[in-house]
Design a protein around this ligand. Structure first.
Ligand code: DP6
Length: 331
């Protein structure tokens, strides 16, 4: 095997993924709904895979163990198997750095598993093309399938039982639209429930889960058209609707899944108030208390300035559409 390094940028879903396809093997990690995302500039994982005397995983310079490391090694096993090599996988040294703002509370699994997939494929000299690599990244983490491209990306739900058609593809390049995403960091709550466990609970217990799944396809189609037309009010309406439907489905789970804090709602209301003043921002939020606001670049600084004043807000980062991932073979 070789040593290879990959850089992949994280992404934020504008039309959300929440839930796994019924009765699918957990290892395939098949989503119940498609999703549409924006890959982000600056926020990235840099991951190196090379031969090692034993399997090891260092995350941000610290040795990682337990389930975190086990998940990485399971993914390497998958990649080795997919590459079709005979014999056991060689032992690997993996290092990963997440370049995400301090105390971001942003999920690194999207960029992390995308970078791991690309670095492992290059290290194992496996070149099936990005669509197939996206399907493999999905098995590490659903959102990672979308970080195989820059700009605006769609991940289809797919219908094949083996998940071969459940992979992402680019909709619009990084240069398509001059928009910004504000990441509004609110107070940190107690450690929240991970996405995988949360999705399972929603599927098993939320009365809103069925309607959530049934209405997602229409959101995707409408969002794709609004994105092509660069129509922010229309896309903004859809992304807020998708976000609130997902959180309603979470909240109606038993026990309830509530990722929001008081400051989360204060920021949401502030964004809506500011919209009335002509600053067009649209909110979304994921499995955590932070709020992300999609807006035109011309409004980003002003919006960030106002949102920094909302009590409970620690910081506001402004990021733009991000690039494709990159990979280089080191030796
Ligand atoms: C709320 O991709 O982290 O961010 O596939 O179980 O690893 P797993 O889940 P993950 O879930 C992301 C959920 C979300 C919405 C989204 O990114 O679409």
């Amino acid at each position: 095997m070789k040593s290879a390094r990959a850089v992949a940028h994280t992404n934020i879903a504008l039309v959300k993924y929440w839930g796994k396809r019924d009765a699918s093997p957990a290892d395939l990690n098949l989503p119940a709904v498609g999703s549409l995302s924006l890959t982000l500039d600056h926020l990235r994982s840099v991951t190196t895979v090379g031969p090692g005397e034993q399997d090891s995983f260092h995350l941000n310079q610290e040795p990682a163990s337990g389930e975190v490391a086990a998940k990485v090694m399971r993914h390497l096993d998958r990649m080795w198997q997919a590459a079709g090599h005979a014999g056991a996988r060689p032992t690997c040294a993996v290092t990963s750095h997440n370049h995400l703002p301090t105390a971001a509370g942003l999920a690194s699994s999207a960029s992390g598993f995308a970078a791991l997939t690309l670095a492992a494929a290059a290290a194992f000299e496996y070149e099936p093309g990005r669509p197939a690599l996206s399907a493999l990244a999905r098995r590490g983490s659903g959102s990672a399938a979308r970080s195989l491209w820059g700009g605006f990306v769609r991940l289809d739900r797919g219908v094949q039982p083996d998940g071969s058609d459940c992979r992402a593809y680019p909709l619009q390049p990084q240069s398509h639209w001059d928009v910004r995403l504000l990441i509004v960091h609110t107070e940190r709550g107690p450690k929240s429930l991970g996405s995988t466990a949360g999705m399972q609970r929603s599927r098993d217990t939320s009365p809103y889960y069925g309607p959530w799944v049934d209405t997602s396809e229409a959101d995707l189609a409408a969002a794709e058209a609004a994105l092509a037309a660069r129509d922010l009010p229309v896309l903004g309406d859809i992304l807020e609707h998708s976000c609130f439907k997902m959180h309603a489905c979470m909240m109606a789970s038993r026990p309830p899944i509530v990722y929001w804090r008081g400051a989360t709602l204060d920021v949401i209301h502030a964004v809506w108030r500011l919209r009335g003043d002509g600053l067009q921002g649209f909110v979304t939020s994921d499995a955590g208390p932070h709020v992300k606001v999609l807006c035109l670049t011309a409004h980003a600084d002003d919006l960030a300035l106002r949102l920094r004043d909302v009590p409970g807000v620690h910081a506001v980062d402004i990021v733009g559409p991000g690039p494709d991932p990159s990979v280089e073979v080191l030796a």
